[in-house]
Write a protein that binds this ligand. Structure first.
Ligand code: C2O
Ligand code: CU
Ligand code: CU
Length: 466
């Protein structure tokens, strides 16, 4: 019998999922998708009064749509690739089947220009997530391809309004034209910051919210680079109240009367806002900068006060993670560091920055190239693992694992709360331990979410084997 690799089998599976294109029986049986994403290039007014050309979106008409689906229900989404280059779409934070994870070569072949691919998955967890490409990731995200994805809970907590906030920068000049997406000298350090801050592709948008009402603010930091503290700030004497409900899709064990959160690329925060009572009163979403806080969005009370209180909200239900068996856990070490000399990335249709600056366990990711590829570690399905993240560099790295959610255990630098997440901010020179049950089989991408770091070596994958 001819040898067939596990990867060929996997990609064969993905090809079957794309069968509706081929026609025949499969096409007739295929039902309509819940959503069509019509990936397009477009011009859009980001800076008031100017048009930014050659942006990319998941629709042809404007900013990426918010995708809403329900926990435990299958969602079908057709991706129509009108970008003129290859793409894959990844659903950040969703613990779904590996073949639907959207990582080029690792889980599927790139979707070439003009091709269509159907993603079909059943989200097991509720919360605020996001979606983005995983092929030529730096340029495609820089041009606009990031959207918010919401998985609704079965139970309604009782909000009057729900506002997704897609927070990110663009690198534009004063005329609204794109400038270089990154600078190599920055890629070797903290990454290249944007020049124009946006929320839902708008500069400091203002939202009308019901006076005295309860609003869920869903912050998703989909930026390439920026790590910052965000604060929801309103006048308490006017009736404003803020509570932090969830981080990275997962409800806090005890909701906190905190109005701020430190968020890195890929991370999310859900706040409950009790709006001031008087019409016209404003609440701001602030971001800390070296020169002080800056408002990136505002919320304006309208109408007569609904007179609600935060205590009326039902708690968010926790997501169903397997409980780690710490007593029988195995520890796996990961060293995030500089790259060995002489390593060069390989060319790929998914783009290469042409530099290698970073590595995991002294191995720099070669780029998104056809396999065979070696995993950084192989985990046994069902077993508990402690992952020890050691950062030998002077920069922060938001470390992200696909297909799994892990719990923070400890750090040598600070007290970490026992939060469940898919993206942990590992600070300069920090060693942190997290724990998970490897319960989702497949090859799962594992990388820094500062995309310049990801694309210059700080990436790899973990294999979970049955
Ligand atoms: Cu948002 Cu590979 O990740
Ligand atoms: Cu992801
Ligand atoms: Cu990094």
């Amino acid at each position: 019998m001819a040898m067939i690799s596990r990867r060929e089998l996997l990609l064969g599976g993905a090809a079957v999922a794309a069968a509706p294109l081929i026609g025949g029986l499969a096409a007739r049986q295929a039902h309509a998708a819940d959503t069509l994403l019509d990936l397009s290039r477009l011009s859009h007014e980001i800076l008031p009064g100017t048009l930014t050309r050659d942006m990319m979106s998941f629709v042809s008409t404007g900013a990426p749509p918010v995708l809403r689906m329900r926990r435990g229900e299958t969602f079908n989404v057709d991706v129509d690739n009108g970008l003129g280059e290859a793409v894959t779409v990844h659903w950040h934070g969703l613990r779904i089947a590996n073949a639907m994870d959207g990582v080029p070569y690792l889980t599927q072949n790139p979707i070439e220009a003009k091709e269509r691919f159907r993603y079909s998955f059943t989200p097991p967890d509720a919360g605020t997530f996001w979606y983005h490409p995983h092929c030529n990731t730096l340029e495609q995200i820089a041009r606009g391809l990031t959207g918010v994805l919401i998985v609704e809970d079965d139970e309604d907590p009782g909000f009057d309004a729900d506002i997704p906030l897609n927070i990110r920068d663009f690198r534009l000049n004063g005329e609204g034209a794109f400038i270089d997406f990154y600078k190599p000298r920055n890629a070797a350090r903290g990454g290249t910051l944007g020049t124009v801050s946006t929320v839902n592709w708008q500069v400091t948008p203002s939202h009308d919210v019901p006076a005295g009402g309860l609003v869920r603010l869903r912050l998703a930091v989909t930026d390439l680079t920026r790590v910052a503290t965000y604060r929801v700030s309103g006048d308490e004497d006017a009736g404003a109240r803020v509570r932090l409900l969830a981080l990275d899709s997962n409800p806090l064990p005890e909701p906190q009367d905190h109005n701020e959160a430190l968020l890195a690329p890929g991370q999310r925060a859900d706040f409950a806002l009790r709006v001031p009572d008087r019409e016209g009163e404003e609440v701001a979403l602030l971001r800390d900068t070296p020169t002080g806080p800056v408002a990136i969005a505002t919320f304006r009370a309208v109408g007569a006060s609904a007179n609600r209180t935060l205590a009326e909200l039902k708690p968010l239900s926790p997501n169903p993670f397997a409980e780690p068996d710490l007593a029988n856990a195995e520890t796996v070490e990961f060293l995030f560091g500089w790259t060995p000399d002489g390593d060069a990335p390989q060319r790929s249709i998914c783009g290469s920055l042409g530099y290698t600056f970073w590595s995991i366990n002294r191995i720099a990711w070669k780029g998104d190239v056809p396999g065979p590829l070696d995993p950084l570690a192989t985990l046994k399905q069902g077993k508990t693992y402690v992952l020890r993240f050691r950062n030998e560099t002077q920069n922060d790295h938001p470390i992200h694992l696909h297909g799994h959610t892990f719990r923070l255990l400890r750090s040598d630098k600070r007290k970490v709360p026992p939060l469940w997440t898919d993206t942990a901010l590992l600070q300069a020179q920090e060693t942190m331990e997290v724990v998970l049950v490897a319960d989702n089989p497949g090859d799962w991408a594992f990388h820094c979410h500062v995309i310049e770091h990801q694309k210059t070596g700080l990436a790899g994958f973990l294999r979970v084997e049955a």
